[in-house]
Write a protein that binds this ligand. Sequence first.
Ligand code: AP5
Length: 210
Amino acid sequence: MKLILLGAPGAGKGTQAEILSKMLGIPTISTGNILRAAIKDGTPVGLEAKHYMDAGKLVPDEVIIEIIHERVAEEDCKDGYILDGVPRTIAQAESLEKAGIVFDHVVSLEISDEVIMDRMGGRRVCEHCGASYHVVAVPPKAEGVCDTCGCKLVRRKDDEPETVRARLEVYHKKTEPLKAYYAERGLLRPVENQPTVAENSEAILRVLGR
Ligand code: AP5
């Protein structure tokens, strides 16, 4: 199974990708997490990506295309994978298609900008493993501490309201056209946002025929 999760920043791609990954037994590939790890490690890719990410802009296609082609070629991807946050431009989608990668479904998480703006203030992420929480909707067992690795939960720098607005603008301009791209290929599966994470998972599984 090869899946793409499309959706605005904060739509719940990462949250759902982790749940689906466990259910389907395939890895999740998040370019956002890969880039944040590169920034933390101070690699050349991280240094280049940082100023784009802090400003809510997209990292250049050539950087992303190299990252993603390397990652999907790894051994754990041989039975499939879930792409979270990639492709995000037509150029990225075309490069995957040119490489002969065939997807089974492209799930588009549909949610309004207003709900996103409300939601992002409550997101907390683990500074070590990147696991994502929400102070109300997905709270950790102990406040401010990651359930998975016990490290500290922090706010993402790009979750400031002004940066979220910039990211939404970029999403509508550069990423939303991918819906038409994948609809033309018969792969688009829109899923309306549900009130809870569990209901969102159920709605996704329904469109996947599971
Ligand atoms: P990335 O990390 O991919 O960020 P994003 O796409 O903006 O998405 P988010 O991680 O913010 O949100 P999400 O949809 O995963 O939502 P989540 O599950 O956390 O990218 C960051 C940056 O990296 C980009 O801006 C760009 O600069 C760069 N980049 C990455 N990939 C790139 C690419 N391919 N090309 C170019 N540049 C790239 O959920 C959000 C919150 O809501 C959480 O707190 C969660 O707990 C909560 N929540 C989830 N579901 C629900 C629900 N149903 N009800 C209530 N709360 C919920």
